[in-house]
Design a protein around this ligand. Structure first.
Ligand code: SF4
Length: 378
């Protein structure tokens, strides 16, 4: 199979994905394109004027490994809030602006690392030049972000609707305005609300430009639908080597978006693996709360691996009973199997001790840390 970026080798997990060649831009400390690792971004859902709530949400995103955070900027007060927000967080911020070029210029002065604005929507070439001059002075990249729902009337008329071709044409039109103003620190997104159009639009775009691409599906929906749509569209494209930064849009707290994005990248081998926690499906024999414990262990290990990215990742099993659990967890490095109010702890299939149910998670984490220490000592 020949993929759209010209690679003969489809994704099969045997080889790393061959990424499409693009220019490289820099957003704060995060490099995008030109072979840089695919970065994860999200957007705050708080009122930007509420500095405290927005900072709290950004910090939660940082804790989940989000690398770039976009913030809606609708008026001058939001710009002032953004400046105060920026002082309190580490992650680079992108100001999301529609129409008002002054807000873009002010946001750059307020210290944002990136802008999302479509130059075709801001009125005149002089205004575009103003934005470009401000952005160029601080090397702030601009994302041209076209969505199926907000295409220009003329483009819709020419293509007979919000087709993939229409999305690409609109995006390249905005890009041309920036280029005419002498700017090339650009990334592009062409998001539709369904998988097929999104994939087609990005494939077309990848064939027509070497700017880095920001992937996403717009209005993808709540957790289940949004995860499926985003994983399919973003996953197909990344597997073909297309895409340099991603946002999974969900009608959920933004930290969920980042969790899904990280898993997606891991599934494609574009990120180190996460926690390797397996759990039995539970049945009438279960004697501990397998679901709760498995989630807790997973959450704690996520945090541990984020702090210790080189740590060894042993397979950890949480099993509901001692009747079948130890046998079913034979492949695990570390396992617990539930008894009444307690659990048996196994290392590589060997029973080592029994712990109270409330000590299961700390005991498993301690064993994971020990595995990592032993491996380093070897
Ligand atoms: S390990 Fe025990 S509780 Fe879990 S599914 Fe198997 S038999 Fe049921």
């Amino acid at each position: 199979m020949q993929t759209m970026n010209g690679h003969a080798q489809p994704f099969d997990g045997e080889r790393p994905i061959a990424r499409r060649h693009t220019r490289r831009i820099r957003l704060g400390a995060v490099e995008i394109g030109g072979g840089a690792p695919v970065s994860v971004q999200s957007m705050t859902k708080t009122d930007t004027h509420d500095v405290e709530a927005t900072v709290a949400q950004i910090r939660e995103l940082e804790a989940h490994g989000c690398q770039i955070v976009r913030v809606a900027v609708a008026d001058a007060d939001a710009v002032a809030a953004l400046a105060r927000i920026g002082e309190q967080v580490r992650v680079p911020l992108v100001a999301d602006i529609h129409f008002d070029h002054k807000l873009a210029v002010q946001s750059v002065a307020a210290g944002v690392a990136g802008l999302r604005i479509n130059p075709g929507n801001i009125g005149s070439a002089a205004k575009v030049r103003e934005v470009v001059a401000a952005a160029a002075e601080r090397q702030v990249p601009i994302r041209v972000g076209v969505n199926g729902g907000s295409l220009e009337k003329a483009v819709l008329a020419r293509f007979g609707g919000a087709t993939a071709e229409a999305l690409v044409e609109s995006a390249l039109g905005h890009v041309a305005l920036l280029e005419r103003a002498g700017y090339d620190q650009i990334k592009i997104s062409v998001k539709a609300s369904d998988v097929a159009r999104t994939v087609r639009a990005y494939r077309l775009l990848a064939g027509r430009t070497d700017y880095p691409l920001h992937l996403g599906v717009t209005e993808s929906g709540t957790l289940l639908r949004g995860t499926v749509y985003s994983s399919l569209a973003i996953g197909m494209l990344l597997a073909e080597g297309i895409g340099d930064t991603i946002r999974v849009s969900l009608t959920e707290p933004p930290a969920r978006e980042v969790e899904v994005a990280q898993e997606l990248l891991r599934a494609l081998g574009l990120r180190p693996p996460g926690p390797r926690v397996i759990a039995c499906p539970t049945c009438g024999r279960a004697q501990i709360d397998v679901g709760r414990l498995a989630h807790e262990v997973e959450r704690e290990l996520e945090r541990y691996y984020r702090e210790q990215p080189d740590a060894h990742r042993p397979v950890v099993a949480v099993m509901g009973c001692v009747v079948n659990g130890p046998g079913e967890a034979r492949e695990a490095d570390i396992a617990v199997a539930g008894g009444k109010g307690r659990a048996a702890l196994y290392l590589r299939g060997r029973h080592v001790r029994t712990v109270q149910e409330d000590q299961v998670v700390p005991a498993l984490l301690e064993q994971v840390r020990r595995f990592s220490r032993d491996r380093r000592a070897r």
